[in-house]
Design a protein around this ligand. Structure first.
Ligand code: SF4
Length: 414
């Protein structure tokens, strides 16, 4: 097999600021949990975080911790501890890695920030819009730590989000207010919620603008950059820091666009990534594609944290709509339409579908979607088998060979 040539990838200068904000976030969370200054809520990543902030909770996102376990390559060693508790190796490897991390008292937060343990929750809040695993994940901690769990059940696979869907989710979210008031010790203030929703919308719309800079040729950022820089949109939405951060990042990327500076040297091919990242291989994959002068520049995954529907004038209904309409929970038809729009907007030459063994909810090639889109658009695709966190399910040689063959095929078809 040919040696992989050294790939030139451009460093994003704003990263330092992001690292500072992320460190502040984790240290504050740790402090709140130790001093009791704020109660701690654990929330699913596309759950009602704005409501929790408005009630004065410090919010921890277990999926963010799961991704850290993957990115630091700790996950594969921790998953078997959850398997030993009866949690299958085939279910979400965020979940199993996170439970393994808890039972072995081993977290990447220690090395990164000197934080000994993940802050314990006072309440666990979920939204099933992503998958059932998030609820089962919270349920494990609820039993283990004797902590209350509550959540919202989202409609499954809708084509369109109807008023009935919105009303149901809004009512379920409103029903959380009373028990959350009791746990937090704070009275619900609708004006506070309006203020946080406004900040959250602004943050995630800026994040959307950041991602859309990738429509330029060459693209100023890659999907692999996006997986790192989405951190503030996930854990800091609703704060001024996140808004500040994305303004700085956007400015840097717009300057790159103005100077025609690509994230990948001599960008030749532009690919779209569908499905979960392979956290333990972010750097390796970034280098692999860059070495082939190929920019994987857009993805469904990074786009999942844009909540333009948030409206401070209609807080509960707009939260319900924003959280009901996310890609992962939609019908096959609506997902196909979405990806076709992405192909046009980003001038895509090919699509990579990650078939992530432990995340069927976000592996969109299992029921033929890739073939249908290929037929309708003529844009070729490649399925990569792997996993978001369990590196025992990833074959680096096979991925490299398949990606190289795919790029060769794109070359031949030009
Ligand atoms: S969507 Fe996939 S990765 Fe995310 S929590 Fe559900 S199963 Fe895990």
């Amino acid at each position: 097999m040919a040696e992989q040539k050294i790939a030139k990838r451009k460093k994003i200068e704003a990263t330092e600021l992001m690292n500072k904000y992320m460190a502040d976030y984790f240290l504050d969370l740790d402090r709140c949990s130790k001093t009791g200054e704020k109660k701690v809520a654990w929330c699913t990543s596309v759950g009602p975080a704005e409501l929790l902030h408005s009630l004065g909770f410090a919010v921890h996102y277990p999926e963010n911790h799961g991704a850290m376990l993957g990115a630091t390559r700790m996950a594969s060693d921790l998953i078997p501890f959850a398997n030993a508790l009866g949690y299958s190796p085939d279910i979400c490897s965020y979940l199993t890695a996170d439970i393994g991390s808890y039972v072995t008292n081993n977290t990447p937060l220690t090395k990164a920030y000197g934080i000994e343990k993940v802050p314990k929750p006072d309440v666990l809040v979920f939204d099933t819009n992503q998958c059932r695993d998030v609820q089962d994940w919270m349920a494990w901690y609820s039993r283990e730590l004797n902590v209350p769990m509550m959540g919202v059940y989202a409609p499954k696979y809708p084509d369109e989000i109807t008023e009935t869907h919105v009303r149901s989710m809004a009512k379920q979210t409103e029903d959380l207010v009373k028990p959350l008031e009791e746990i937090s010790g704070h009275k619900f203030d609708i004006d506070k919620l309006r203020e946080i929703l406004k900040l959250s919308r602004e943050c995630t719309e800026l994040w959307g603008k950041v991602l859309r800079t990738a429509s330029s040729k060459p693209s100023p950022l890659t999907f692999f950059d996006g997986t790192i820089h989405m951190g503030p949109a996930v854990v800091l939405r609703g704060t001024t820091q996140a808004i500040n951060y994305y303004k700085v990042l956007l400015k840097e990327l717009e300057e790159r666009v103005a100077n025609s500076e690509g994230a990948v040297e001599n960008e030749k091919f532009r690919l779209y990534w569908d499905g979960m990242p392979i956290w333990g291989r972010i750097r390796a994959h970034s280098e692999l594609f860059a070495s082939l002068n190929t920019c994987v520049m857009a993805s469904t995954y990074c786009n999942s944290w844009i909540f333009s529907a948030f409206d401070e004038n209609d807080p509960f209904n707009s939260m319900a709509r924003a959280y009901a309409e996310i890609f992962i929970v939609r019908s096959e038809d609506s997902k196909e339409k979405y990806i076709k729009n992405m192909i046009d907007f980003y001038h895509i030459d090919g699509i990579i579908y990650h078939d992530s063994k432990t995340c069927p909810a976000n592996s969109n090639c299992r029921y033929g979607m890739h073939k249908r889109i290929e037929m309708k658009t003529g844009v070729p695709s490649l399925v990569i088998n792997g996993d978001l966190n369990d590196m025992r399910l990833v074959s680096d040689e096979q991925t490299k060979t398949n990606v190289e063959a795919f790029i060769e095929q794109l070359e031949e078809n030009r």
